[in-house]
Design a protein around this ligand. Structure first.
Ligand SMILES: Cc1ncc(COP(=O)(O)O)c(C=O)c1O
Length: 380
């Protein structure tokens, strides 16, 4: 057992100013959606080049509302990746549409754009690209495909706040762009999400869908003309978000430094020597939400990931895994998906692990994590 304190794979970092701001909200007499939500939305909008932004109480409902705004429903197909948090596909089912998966690229671990285009049918209405670990897709190609086939794009940028593509911030361009502020994200509200929109009609719909479909007018006018839910962010959550968001540039820069240090510590012979696969070494586009390795299979036939996670835990290092392939989960198997349909996703989904990466991590933590990985893989 290691004598050092356990190194978790992720850790939220809430500073004292944020804790105090939450206290202010709790003492203020107004604890649901109010001035903090408005301030958070205004700051996010500025970050995304002035595009309108609305917040919600999770990244999941943000995506669902984006699909509703895009008019996606029964009879429509939506193409996405099998390697994402299950929320990405669940929201497609939630609006009554049909999820269609396309296999991933083994290097980026994001949806393979050739396969995406091949999966388009006359019923396809939208695509949901996911930027796994914060690494974007080739945005020019993605939007080129969408335009060519007349498709809406709901970007699942849950993990990509602060990421960019060729100097353009993710969210500053594009169709409907959804982010998550769940506890592990680079910027958290404890739970929450936001949607970047394009025009006043979309904003009106977003506001209706997040609060029971309500439109208010005058002192007491109230009508409901669409079926909405209860998806508003509270000022308590927004106060956390504002406190975190104030550090977005420093958070992204630090994570990029940590990622560089991971590569330096693994060394250029790591993949050849240990048979594991590092992520693409992208230090300008990715926000390094996660640092993910694809493990080699084990020679003794034991399950590679479970054994790795257990042995890393014994060495005092926490490991996450993101994600098991969605199409092999029971809910999706019941809909006809089966083993063998997306072989790259199946291999990556079986062997991918997330190493420690969080905003207050130090370079010495990276070295400890890498030493543990090498020690465990040496014996595999
Ligand atoms: C890729 C991806 N999509 C969607 C979500 C859903 O976000 P939330 O947990 O805020 O509902 C997450 C968050 O875990 C995610 O990582």
């Amino acid at each position: 057992m290691s004598q050092l304190p356990f190194l978790p794979f992720s850790k939220p970092v809430i500073d004292e100013a944020t804790i105090s701001a939450v206290g202010d909200v709790l003492r203020s007499g107004w604890i649901t959606s109010g001035p903090r939500v408005q301030a958070f939305e205004a700051q996010l909008s500025e970050f995304f080049g002035g595009r309108p932004v609305r917040t919600f109480n999770s990244g999941t409902c943000t995506m669902e509302i984006a699909l509703r705004i895009a008019g996606i429903g029964a009879g429509d197909e939506v193409i996405t990746t099998p390697i994402s948090w299950v929320a990405t596909a669940n929201v497609i089912l939630e609006v009554g549409a049909t999820p269609v998966f396309a296999d991933i690229d083994p290097i980026t671990r994001n949806i393979d754009l050739d396969r995406l285009e091949a999966a388009i049918t006359p019923r396809t209405r939208a695509i949901i690209p996911v930027y796994l670990a914060g690494l974007p897709l080739d945005m020019q190609r993605l939007y080129g495909i969408a335009r060519k086939h007349g498709l809406r794009v709901v970007e699942d940028a849950a993990q990509a706040l602060g990421s960019s593509w060729n100097g353009q911030r993710i969210g500053a361009t594009g169709d409907l762009v959804s982010f998550s502020f769940q506890a592990n994200k680079n910027v958290t509200c404890s739970e929450g999400g936001c949607l970047v929109l394009s025009n006043a009609d979309e904003v009106r719909l977003a506001e209706k869908y997040r609060l029971q479909g309500v439109t208010r007018s005058g002192f007491d006018g109230l009508d409901v003309d669409v079926l909405g839910g209860k998806f508003n962010m509270t000022d308590v959550a927004a106060a956390i978000g504002l406190g975190q968001f104030a550090h977005i540039e420093a958070i992204t820069a630090h994570r990029r430094e940590l990622a560089k240090h991971y590569f330096a510590s693994f060394g250029s012979d790591f993949e050849a020597k240990y048979g594991a696969q590092l992520p693409p070494a992208d230090f300008t586009n990715s926000n390094w939400h996660l640092f993910q390795l694809v493990l080699p299979e084990r020679k003794d036939g034991k399950p590679a990931r479970a054994t790795f996670m257990e042995q890393m835990q014994e060495l005092g290092v926490g490991i996450g895994y993101h994600y098991p392939p969605i199409h092999l989960l029971s809910l999706y198997r019941e809909r006809g998906f089966k083993q063998g349909m997306f072989p790259v996703a199946e291999r990556v989904g079986r062997l991918i692990v997330s190493l420690p990466m969080f905003s207050t991590m130090r370079k010495s933590d990276v070295e400890r994590s890498v030493a543990a990985v090498k020690a465990v893989l040496q014996g595999a």
